[in-house]
Design a binder for this molecule. Structure first.
Ligand SMILES: O=P(O)(O)O[C@H]1[C@H](O)[C@@H](O)[C@H](O)[C@H](O)[C@@H]1O
Ligand SMILES: [Mg+2]
Ligand SMILES: [Mg+2]
Length: 272
């Protein structure tokens, strides 16, 4: 019943509208502050884009929401402001208004708007919009994944010596363990765009500790619908709130990455 919300063009248009907001903000003077660490940056644009997305979704779907359900929102900046981050059975939008805020502050062209959607804790829809080049990644569970309307397919590479691995700077220490047998490692500073590169087959695997449910939600649907794997760093099923992920085009590459990882505990999104 809740799939009536899932109207990709409408959500894609919403992500696009907000990309325009981001693109104009890139050129302006930015008020930059930090959150959990000095490098965990946030700007006025992060707040404005999240507020715009949530108000637009509330406006677009008032009639669709049965009275006994509370259409819910999990947003990065609402969570930072103290709103509880809890995934319940209600239809829930999971939003990263600007993924790659540090890149945004530097006008480094790897910034995205990410909107995921879950019902009964199952991820149903993902939309990720690249704010600099207008690339739009979309997926609806069971209906395939697309990039600007062209079907996406993950890399089917099983040979780890031919694998390009993406991660984040905080885990380079593990790069020493990962890279000896892989072709190379890359860091782009936006987990949602890195995960979209797994969905498009441009890289073979991504791993990160410390990211959040709003980084993973939309991208997990896109990768899975492109034929890929999105799992826990232990090799078990993805735990959206666990702040860790391994994504890969093939199970063989996913299992190789899992074996090289040393667990790092960043806590949980739903226990803050
Ligand atoms: O920009 P926000 O605050 O969304 O944080 C992101 C970091 O900027 C990325 O390096 C990191 O890869 C993750 O994408 C993380 O979410
Ligand atoms: Mg963000
Ligand atoms: Mg992010």
């Amino acid at each position: 019943m809740f799939l009536i919300y899932i109207n990709n063009p409408c959500i894609a248009a919403l992500a696009a509208e907000n990309t325009i907001a981001v693109q104009s903000a890139v050129k302006q003077e930015k008020q930059v502050s930090s959150k959990s660490t000095p490098t965990d940056l946030v700007t006025e644009a992060d707040h404005q884009v999240e507020e715009l997305i949530i108000s637009t979704l509330r406006e677009k779907y008032p009639s669709h929401t049965p009275v006994d359900y509370n259409l819910r929102f999990i947003g990065e900046e609402s969570s930072a402001a103290g709103v509880k981050c809890e995934l319940r059975d209600d239809p829930t939008w999971i939003i990263d208004p600007i993924d790659g805020t540090c890149n945004f502050v530097h006008s480094f062209p790897m910034v995205a708007v990410s909107i995921g959607f879950a019902v009964k804790k199952e991820l149903e829809l993902g939309v990720i919009y690249h704010c600099f080049d207008g690339t739009l990644y979309t997926a609806r569970k069971g209906h395939g994944a697309f990039c600007n309307g062209v079907r996406l397919q993950v890399s089917k590479e099983k040979d780890v010596s031919k694998a390009l691995i993406l991660t984040e700077i905080a885990h380079l220490l593990m790069e020493v363990r990962i890279s000896p047998l892989t072709r190379s490692v890359r860091i782009i500073g936006s987990s949602t765009l890195a995960l979209c590169h797994i969905a498009s087959g441009a890289a073979e695997a991504y791993y990160q500790y410390g990211l959040h449910c709003w980084d993973i939600a939309a991208a997990a649907v896109i990768i899975r619908e492109a034929g890929g794997y999105v799992i826990d760093t232990t090799g078990g099923p993805l735990d959206l709130m666990s702040r860790r992920v391994v994504a890969a085009g093939t199970r063989q590459i996913a299992d190789y990455v899992v074996k090289q990882l040393q667990p790092i505990n960043y806590g949980r999104d739903d226990l803050t």
